[in-house]
Design a binder for this molecule. Sequence first.
Ligand code: UT7
Length: 325
Amino acid sequence: MTSFSRITGTGSYLPPRRVTNDDLARELAARGVETSDQWIVERTGIRARHFAAPDVTSSDLALEACRHALEAAGRRADEVDLIIVATSTPDMVFPSSAAILQRKLGVAGCPAFDVQAVCSGFVYALTVADALIRTGTARCALVVGAEVFSRILDFNDRTTCVLFGDGAGAVVLEASETPGILASDLHADGKHAGILCVPGQVSGGAILGTPLLHMDGQAVFKLAVRVLEESARATLAKAGKTEADLDWLIPHQANIRIMEGTARKLKMSREKLIVTVDEHGNTSAASIPLALDFAVRQGKIQKGDTLMLEGVGGGFTWGAVLLNL
Ligand code: UT7
């Protein structure tokens, strides 16, 4: 009898073009937009991000991340019976990027769908996959976060365009007799939709509105700091655990000040905080699985460790997943 789900492999992929703050500042200066490496590092902790080539889509990045995750799990694509992709930058209006990814993986038949919860997308997707595995609907899931946020950035808006990057991360989540995922906690509050949004839509063959990212950074910052602490505590309580049980904290990689603030509130030392925002920027739904895979491959995170994954972003959405690797 299997009543749990457990991560059996992780993988990630970054498009090869690495853009440093100085590179970006030079490109923006050519448009008359002023920024600096110093401002970006001091306010966010970001030093570089990766941008995908114009013809590369979220499902292309997802495919590479999935190949690495499947290899790590010792699984073939045809053993996967559920594919969930968290993305806010899908390849098309429809079909889902998950269905497109399924075809690129060379398989067919299993359910495949996207989850849209912006930067909380991966914790949402992982929670859905866990529930489907625990009810016996699936046994071997690919759970992916994949984004090409560079496509929706307004490069005339220095308050947002320096913050985001492209990439993908994936995990293989399998039915298990021992607990992997211990508890999760998901929330949304649509009244804050306006503080972080891409207010555009397709209608009659045209684009209505402005399909570029808009953010009230300070409003997002304040909400993020509050809900990340609340969600971590709620998730620990559901599992009957405390902060002392955590080996690692992997928050959404948006701003080092938010991440360090959350770790401080949870009384976790800086060494237990996984940080990739410096090299990846904010990759939205991809940021948590990217950070997880980097830390696993660096040998920091080991099998058996207890991790808190935390997402927060547009919607407003937020949530956390507590798990044993
Ligand atoms: O993925 C979802 C989660 N997203 C987040 O968590 C983002 C949350 N928000 C933040 O991380 C921060 O609010 C930002 C990094 C976006 C902004 O940092 P801040 O410390 O809140 O800066 P600010 O908006 O108060 O701006 C301070 C100054 C302003 O100039 P004045 O008005 O003081 O003269 C801005 O115009 O910095 C200026 N500024 C910049 N200067 C150089 C804003 N962006 C830039 C820039 N380069 N790129």
